[in-house]
Design a protein around this ligand. Structure first.
Ligand SMILES: [Zn+2]
Length: 138
């Protein structure tokens, strides 16, 4: 049994909890007052389907996820990825080309001096992507 004082908000310092001060709700707190433990929190990653040209967010999983729309396999990309509009065929071609070549939108460090690197920008167009891949393929 957890002591009441654990649940009760006695001070009115935070007005978000002012509801809790009333007697009938004295044992309730807003769910945000109970943050999830780190291991319970599942980061959701973009999973892309190149047939549908769509991106869906799901927690990472070892097995390949299938597209909710066409049931084809999806590719998991970095959380940095933001999907183009499905009508933007050129952008999707670029994304597909990068992914085929193993670039999953994780940050890439570019050495600019023997002891200095910067984060490389991902290419904006398909032709930039070709140069980008030549440069960073390891
Ligand atoms: Zn699909």
């Amino acid at each position: 049994m957890i002591a009441d004082s654990y649940f009760c908000v006695t001070g009115a310092a935070d007005e978000r909890y002012s509801l809790c001060i009333g007697n009938h709700m004295s044992k309730f707190r807003h769910h945000s007052a109970f943050p999830k433990a780190k291991h319970v929190q599942a980061f959701r990653f973009p999973h892309v389907c190149f047939s549908c040209r769509k991106s869906f967010k799901f927690p990472a999983r070892a097995a390949t996820r299938v597209c909710p729309q066409c049931k084809g396999p999806m590719v998991r990309l970095s959380r940095k990825f933001s999907a183009p509009k499905s009508s933007d065929i050129d952008q999707w071609q670029k994304v597909h080309y990068l992914v085929e070549n193993g670039f999953l939108f994780y940050p890439i460090q570019e050495m600019i001096a023997p002891n200095a690197s910067i984060r490389a920008e991902y290419p904006r167009t398909l032709s930039e992507a070709k140069l980008f891949i030549e440069k960073f393929r390891s």
